[in-house]
Design a binder for this molecule. Sequence first.
Ligand SMILES: [Fe+2]
Ligand SMILES: [Fe+2]
Length: 232
Amino acid sequence: MKKDNYRFLDVIQETACAEFGSALEMLAACKSSNKESLAYGYFEHSKDEYFHTSTFLSLLSKAGRKYPAVIARKFRINANSLITKGYVSSEGYLIEKMPLKDFIAYVYTNELLAKQSFEKIFELVKKDEKDANQILKIMKDELRHHGMAEKYFLKYYPRLQPWQLKMYRIRETIKNKGRKFYDKNLKFLDQVLKPLYFFMAYLASRIILLIDINGFKREGINLMEIKPKSII
Ligand SMILES: [Fe+2]
Ligand SMILES: [Fe+2]
């Protein structure tokens, strides 16, 4: 099977991780918000992102069933991969690290970028009516999130210029591309280093075979008399 055939699994896995990351970020923002209306908005947003995650997980499991178990297993999701892939930082949630204004700008730009990447996913699933409708619904949600962040902006930061928002968007687009580049490099390194790991494990097994363990028999020997430098 050609590697290109796994592209769909790869895209859906990455998107599920991104959505799960957003759900956690929004939940963290909800918990740290002092304003009731803002906390409610973050909560609803987080809930949507959890639903999106579950949609992508079900798409992933449906697509994975078409592949041999050994391939499908590679596209399993675990919580750690959110950190290694850069969707959540081990140094804390964005709301803890960013000024509120930057955080809202981040949400504003990322929701739009998310909607654009779902347009590409829509192209991949459009043959299946049920899957296509699910993606369309998610796209609508992302636009709503984008609109909510925009509303907040206009209300609380009316002096923020459109070019400043554009700058936020350029910065986030570069960051997204950087994350994909990093992930690709990691996968490439894994492929290069895997034979080396296997070779080292093989060498270690040959060395172990050469060791005569009879020489280490300690039965009937007073252990206190063994040289202190002895390793066994
Ligand atoms: Fe989402
Ligand atoms: Fe969203």
